[in-house]
Design a protein around this ligand. Structure first.
Ligand code: TRP
Ligand code: SF4
Length: 345
């Protein structure tokens, strides 16, 4: 028996560090989002003060058409429902929407004064986005150039020191550190230098065998899908391309269904898949059905919680309102301090 005093504290104090992370409003999340980020966020709640934010202002850097804009708002609540279902606990963590704490825009503007344009133009994600959007560095919106400045403001407004992100975000966190260093140098020690905390989970492969599960590639399994929908989708998965007939032995090492089994199926089942596949005793359709069963079993507790929360009208909205109030309180204090340091008050 573990006594209460030995359990991790339910409300960890700031001594153990402050975590901040953000996600754009993406709507329904999939297994890749869960294993790549969300699961990690949930675990961190036991050891840190965590602040999780839906970055809806960032969404506007790349969203332009009326239909894309109309999706932002509904996507927020749908995504936060997935967060809560996954185990993000609003009693432990602050969960809020970026635009509901306008102080972040104040800090964004002020940080702009210590950020050389050259730093921003050199960020690899900026160059990628310009190319993707078929724009030039001249035609692209100013908000996109400043994306990492706003991201820095997100983090340091709460004096967060640890930022769980994927590898692609590392340049942004590096930039955040440089902005903080400059700010502290010019105006006096104010913010901790944030550190990236890389998610260890390997990228989860898509059903089509692509290296990454993604909504854009439409090779994903939604967390909130029904078991039937899940099975139907998993049955469309690609397998070992050389295994054109049932009596040809398969190669689990090149089969994405097998890599997914390794994540979602119990050890004995994984061993059985390997054995029966390589000896042509197991057919791919059967193998995929088993995988779907494993995924459904894995997601059932999450889906059950999601159903519960969904039955409470206004619950997500309440959570976000409460979160924004908590966040705003911290944000106001920081802005006050920044104003003083910068001679603005
Ligand atoms: N740029 C991040 C992404 O695209 C989202 C983000 C915005 C973020 N602000 C943040 C992540 C602050 C971590 C911390 O995934
Ligand atoms: Fe892949 Fe399973 Fe078919 Fe083997 S039996 S090729 S592991 S789907």
């Amino acid at each position: 028996m573990v006594s209460d005093s030995e359990k991790p504290s339910k409300n960890p104090s700031n001594d153990s560090g402050v975590i901040f992370s953000g996600m754009r409003p993406r709507g329904l999340l999939h297994l890749g989002n869960y294993l790549g980020a969300l699961q990690n966020w949930v675990e961190l709640q036991n050891d840190y003060r965590c602040i999780y934010c839906v970055v809806d202002i960032h969404a506007h850097t790349t969203v332009e058409t009326p239909s894309e804009i109309a999706e932002i708002q509904p996507n927020i609540e749908v995504m936060v429902l997935d967060w809560l279902a996954a185990g993000i606990d609003p009693e432990k963590s602050i969960v809020f929407v970026q635009s509901q704490v306008p102080e972040v825009m104040t800090l964004n503007t002020l940080l702009g004064m210590v950020t050389p344009l050259g730093w921003l133009m050199r960020v690899p994600t900026f160059k990628d986005k310009v190319r993707q959007m078929n724009e030039t560095e001249e035609s692209v919106n100013y908000g996109l150039v400043g994306y990492p400045v706003l991201q820095t403001a997100d983090i340091i407004l709460y004096k967060a020191d640890t930022v769980p992100v994927g590898q692609d975000q590392v340049p942004h966190i590096e930039l955040a550190r440089e902005i903080v260093r400059r700010f502290n140098n010019r105006f006096g020690e104010t913010f901790p230098e944030p550190q990236a905390k890389l998610t260890e989970e390997p990228l989860i492969v898509g059903l089509d065998g692509q290296q990454k599960m993604s909504k854009t590639l439409d090779n994903h399994v939604e967390l909130a899908a029904t078991p039937e929908e899940t099975t139907k989708r998993v049955l469309t998965a690609f397998t070992d391309p050389q295994r054109v007939r049932r009596n040809i032995p398969g190669r689990p090492s090149v089969c994405n269904v097998y890599s997914l089994h390794q994540i979602f199926s119990p050890k004995e089942e994984v061993a059985a898949v390997y054995e029966e596949c390589t000896t042509a005793q197991r057919g791919c359709v059967d193998c995929k059905r088993h995988l779907a069963d494993s995924i459904n079993r894995y997601l059932e507790p999450l889906r059950e919680r999601r159903r519960e929360f969904q039955q409470r009208p206004g619950y997500v909205r309440e959570v976000l309102e409460h979160g924004a109030n908590q966040a705003r309180e911290i944000a106001r204090e920081t802005i006050q301090e920044v104003y003083q340091k910068m001679g603005l008050s």
